[in-house]
Design a protein around this ligand. Structure first.
Ligand code: HEC
Ligand code: HEC
Length: 194
């Protein structure tokens, strides 16, 4: 009697321990539904001010969520969303979105609106970015993907670094200050067309 009870309890513990990681993943999956309201159900954001996060570099996603959580990167929407999670949960959230597929170019940016600012012209000033953002601008360990982000988001983030409004990286403000506004516009046109 005692023995079978112990076996039963022990069995139940093993079953619940095995179910735990799956449950944690399910939990994250249901809690990230809130993100789709802005970043899109299928990875295409609702407007051009909201960046694509599907398929972005995992470490970069985590670092940004961490920075919104701590206030190192200021944005009222993202601060309230990021502080709904603990840092270990934000790591899971980052991995969840990094594992998704970056949306096809035709669907990125402003849905239904032609990317009027896009340009195939590669500006000379975009050469030096490749060292970190990678030759195809699809990102890697040192820096995030830029290829296919919207013109509006790219220009806003470059200007935010240039004006020292975004200070959560030591290198980017200097690089952006060194460029003219026309250069930054040309780069945003080019990167949004990739
Ligand atoms: C109310 C709309 C809204 C919701 C909901 C929202 N976001 Fe955002 N998110 C934004 C906007 C707008 C930005 C750009 C803010 C900025 O410029 O700093 C952003 C930026 C980000 C970035 C930075 C991306 C980059 O390329 O730098 C990440 C990562 C991110 N969001 C993840 C999430 C996750 C994960 C969720 C859900 C847990 C979420 N967001 C929910 C609007 C939203
Ligand atoms: C030394 C490496 C390095 C070089 C060179 C570099 N970057 Fe970056 N860049 C980064 C890193 C790292 C980040 C992420 C910063 C953070 O933590 O938020 C970043 C972020 C960005 C972002 C914001 C992306 C987003 O989703 O919000 C843009 C836009 C950008 N870089 C454009 C450029 C352009 C254009 C150039 C060339 C003129 C360039 N970078 C050169 C390392 C670099």
């Amino acid at each position: 009697m005692q023995k079978s009870l112990a076996a039963c309890v022990c069995g139940a513990l093993i079953v619940s321990a095995a179910a735990m990681p799956a449950r944690a993943a399910d939990d994250i999956q249901s809690r990230v539904q809130v993100c789709a309201g802005c970043h899109g159900q299928n990875g295409v954001p609702i407007n051009s001010a909201t960046p694509i996060i599907w398929g972005q570099e995992a470490n970069y996603l985590y670092k940004e969520l961490h920075d919104y959580h701590s206030g190192d990167r200021a944005n009222p929407f993202m601060a309230s969303v990021a502080t709904m999670f603990t840092l270990p949960e934000l790591r899971q959230v980052a991995d969840y979105f990094a594992a998704k597929q970056w949306p096809a170019p035709a669907h990125a940016g402003n849905p239904g609106e032609a990317p009027k600012q896009a340009s195939k012209q590669a500006p000379k000033s975009a050469e030096m970015c490749k060292a970190c953002h990678q030759p195809n601008f699809q990102g890697g360990a040192p820096a995030p993907r830029l290829a296919g982000l919207s013109y509006d988001y790219l220009l806003t983030s470059m200007n935010a670094f240039a004006d020292s409004r975004r200070t959560n990286n030591l290198d980017m403000p200097g690089f952006m200050k060194a460029l003219s506004e026309a250069d930054r516009e040309a780069i945003a046109r080019y990167l949004s067309a990739l």
